[in-house]
Design a protein around this ligand. Sequence first.
Ligand SMILES: Nc1nc2c(ncn2[C@@H]2O[C@H](COP(=O)(O)OP(=O)(O)OP(=O)(O)O)[C@@H](O)[C@H]2O)c(=O)[nH]1
Ligand SMILES: [Mg+2]
Length: 402
Amino acid sequence: MSNPMYQISMLGPTRVGKTSLISTISKMVGTKLLTGTPISFETEDLATEKKLAMHDKELRGSINAGSIGGESFNAGALAGTQSPFKFKFSLKSMNDESMLDFEILDFPGGWLDPASRPDGAGQQWKDCEKWITESAVIIIPVEATVIMSAASPKELRAIEDNIQSEAIAKIVRQWAKNRAYNYPGEPSVVIFAPTKCESYFIDNVRTTGKNQSSELYEKVNKYYSGVIEAIQDEFTSGSNAFILYTAVDTIGCVDLRRGDWKVDNEHTLRFMGTYSVIPSKKGIQPKGADDIFITICKTMVQAYRISEEVRLEEISMEYQYSQSEAEEARKIAETDEGFIGNFLSWVDGSKKAKRKTASNKEGIASEHNKNKASQETRLQTISEIIKEISERTLSNRTKVIK
Ligand SMILES: Nc1nc2c(ncn2[C@@H]2O[C@H](COP(=O)(O)OP(=O)(O)OP(=O)(O)O)[C@@H](O)[C@H]2O)c(=O)[nH]1
Ligand SMILES: [Mg+2]
């Protein structure tokens, strides 16, 4: 039986930090986050490993360039994503048995805006949209620096061009409709993940100065209200849908030094941040991504438990059916047909045949019983894993959006 596969999507405009966030989440692989639990988290294919390694190398390069010169880290320095890519991971249980797989879709953020979608990308974009609307988890990275820095009327008006919340709301509504209708019992989660939060928190590398975390939370609620409403409209209360908020630093050791609003080639006023690198022995120190990782694990394992419970029900029914068939066959085989009847059955061999049928059916029932027992053990393991994961607490970078 192949592992179930769960879909996750990143949904945000270009340069917001989608690829960086996936890369940071994947760094939770082998970290202490899962130590003490019976599960581990691994990349599933070489393409994923290569992509992650490449991203890491580029990021380190640009940070080093910044720190050696004592200069700045340019938030536009990394190459953007050129075509959709699915990062493949798997959750493994003890004894290295792969339990469930999940894939995170990343796409060139520019494609969100039809005006900048390349002519030949129509079908690829349709495939992305389909994937997103079927995902169990959607992560919406939000460029914190854009909503926090906009001040003049012109800049405030340019926020929507930068964050594309209307395009996001449209897709998220489709997602919510699909999830509420086709997967009502399964958990469906949206995580708003402000990125580039280094200068608004004082709980990571930067420990002094202003703490603007509440202001950031309020602004995300304000500028994404259309997205939040779309979700709330489509899911009835009591459904298994959650809207979370986790503020992330994917770099940590930087501080926003200057923000410029400049008109780009498409006549759009865009924000560009310049950061200074905070000298730190540890270098890059992400924060917040571990919360997202825990949320993903929790959602996946819960969805997995639900599907395995359904499977247990099916197996139990198969067992019950085969068991009563076996009992019936045994009864027929052992029925006392009276002296003459028994004698005749013995002579023409039908007694033997009936007994054979009965023991075949008993064999089938016992096979089903074994399946049932192993499915029960499987569910027991999943429940233990869920318990372990729930014990991992989320930091105060995470909130629930009502
Ligand atoms: N300071 C800071 N910079 C970040 C953070 N996340 C991403 N960046 C920078 O922002 C730039 C864009 O990040 P990407 O991850 O490439 O953005 P993307 O959303 O994948 O962009 P596209 O591929 O064009 O859609 C890079 O230079 C990153 O280093 C963050 O949390 N803090
Ligand atoms: Mg990218």
